[in-house]
Ligand binder design. Structure first.
Ligand code: ADP
Ligand code: MG
Length: 479
């Protein structure tokens, strides 16, 4: 048995990176045809400044070999449990790959458990406390997975989807599960069969964040004092400008699916109703609300939106699919919403113009990204928590980046920014090209490619979270 901590400080500690509910590519363990590699930390035993040699011997030749024998050999593991992990991940991958061909943006399997124990506990709500997911007949689809065979559930079609329903009926819980469905989940999580397009990005208002030269003109133009919104920068963005920038940055990074919740959106970004249009002329309102852009996003760019919207039925006019959450049970209300839209005019006029507008590529400037700190100008990049990276003299605040799910991903984001700066960010390449190059290296060589020394505590982030971090570096300047 492993004894764990003894002596002072880190003495006797054996630690390996602890995974969360998501299955992520990690550096802690790698397995290939002829070897298994585990990376872990051993705190050498000591009493103050004295090394305890005998205990060190015990750890290295006793505990460690025992531990290895019990955990890293196939013969020591439960074959069924192991296979379940592999099968679960392979089936979810299969569904995710199949989504575009089926005309779907996301899938939620019947029987899925969506609610979590709490905001700080990502495990499923206990048996009996959660209502298992059941697809409404009109939206039921079927996949034949390579491992578990036939599965049924709700297909969320590409296009514009509204999730409506009364407060506390489970709207945000559904959207949260879908937004995490860009990752695979471990067996028993409840969300094994909740799968979203891998490029899905949660968008929210984030007032106070910084923005660097983003073209937000599809949504916002003619700001007071003639401020240019085709290359908009701010050290302290408003709710609406931050949400507009979030969308444009996600499109720039290649997203084909936007996820939004009224709970975390800026009202004036989402809607401008008929009465307000009558009182405040279009010329006096810089914002073109999302409601007038969401269809063009799909028509012009092929980008779908899933939107939680319990507060404004004006959106019925622009939705392809309307799902109502009713005591945690989804209902297909598409036809009914269409009838309501025909019978009750919104009396608003369309303000969206001819086309969605431009997604302008930006060229990050290397001299604006400095990971060095202190009098000796040493490179210092550290993930302080899942939500915060110390980057040189700067802090990158990722608290609104919800799809960064593990501190090991956050660490990797820091390393990737450093790597991209050293290799690809040259002022000549677009952010999209930089992300492509980094991803190609990661695909080929794994996470070791980006870290300066071998680390056992990195997990792979998506390109969207790498971009999100760079976009939140307050010193960033772009051409
Ligand atoms: P809404 O966004 O519609 O106001 P939420 O999604 O925030 O509602 O859910 C309200 C509460 O209901 C949350 O505490 C959530 O954990 C719980 N809840 C959501 N879905 C389920 C479910 N399927 N079974 C049991 N409880 C649920
Ligand atoms: Mg909600």
């Amino acid at each position: 048995m492993v004894k764990g901590r003894r002596g002072t400080g880190h003495s006797g500690r054996l630690e390996i990176d602890r995974p969360s509910q998501e299955i992520l590519q990690r550096t802690a363990i790698s397995v290939d045809a002829d070897r298994v590699e585990a990376r872990f930390v051993v705190g050498l035993p000591a009493r103050g400044r004295r090394i305890s040699g005998r205990q060190a011997e015990e750890i290295f030749f006793g505990e460690l070999s025992e531990l290895i024998a019990n955990t890293l050999y196939f013969s020591a593991l439960d074959r069924e449990v192991l296979e379940k992990f592999v099968d679960t991940a392979e089936d979810a991958d299969f569904i995710r790959r199949s989504l575009p061909g089926e005309g779907l943006a996301a899938f939620v399997g019947n029987g899925a458990i969506l609610p979590r124990r709490s905001g700080v506990d990502d495990r499923p709500l206990k048996e009996g406390e959660a209502v298992a997911f059941q697809a409404p007949p009109g939206l039921e689809v079927e996949f034949v997975c390579p491992r578990r065979g036939k599965v049924t559930g709700m297909g969320i079609p590409a296009g514009v989807t509204l999730i409506v329903g009364g407060g506390y009926h489970g709207k945000s819980t559904l959207l949260d599960a879908v937004e995490k469905g860009v990752y695979n989940h471990i067996p028993g999580d409840g969300r094994e069969l909740v799968v979203a397009d891998f490029s899905g990005v949660k968008i929210r208002a984030e007032d106070g964040r910084s923005i660097s030269s983003v073209d937000i003109s599809p949504f916002i133009r003619d700001l007071p004092r003639g401020i240019d919104t085709t290359a908009f920068s701010s050290a302290d963005a408003s709710g609406s400008t931050s949400q507009a920038a979030g969308i444009m940055e996600a499109l720039e990074a290649g997203s084909r699916l936007l996820l939004m919740d009224e709970d975390t959106s800026a009202t004036n970004f989402m809607i401008r109703d008929g009465r307000m249009q009558a009182l405040v002329a279009k010329e006096k309102e810089p914002i073109t609300p999302f409601i007038d852009k969401v269809r063009q996003l799909y028509r012009d760019l092929g980008v779908s939106t899933i939107l939680v919207m319990g507060g404004s039925g004006d959106y019925f006019d622009v939705a392809d699919t309307v799902i109502m959450m009713d005591e945690y049970v989804p209902k297909d209300k598409t036809a009914e919403a269409r009838r309501v839209a025909e019978n009750f005019s919104t009396r608003r006029s369309f303000e969206g113009g001819e086309h969605f507008g431009n997604v302008r590529a930006r060229f990050p400037r290397p001299e604006s990204i400095d990971p060095r700190r202190g009098p000796k100008k040493k490179v210092k990049i550290a993930a302080k928590s899942r939500k915060l990276i110390g980057f040189g003299e700067e802090w990158i605040d990722l608290s609104a980046v919800e799809q960064l799910v593990d501190i090991s991903q956050t660490r990797a984001v820091g390393d990737i920014l450093h790597y991209a700066l050293g290799n690809y960010i040259d002022g000549e390449r677009t952010l999209g090209e930089i992300l492509d190059l980094v991803e190609a290296d990661l695909d080929r060589e794994g996470l070791d490619a980006v870290s300066v020394y071998m680390k056992g505590n990195l997990a792979r982030p998506r390109r969207f979270e790498v971009a999100a971090a760079l976009n939140r570096l307050r010193t960033l300047r772009c051409g």
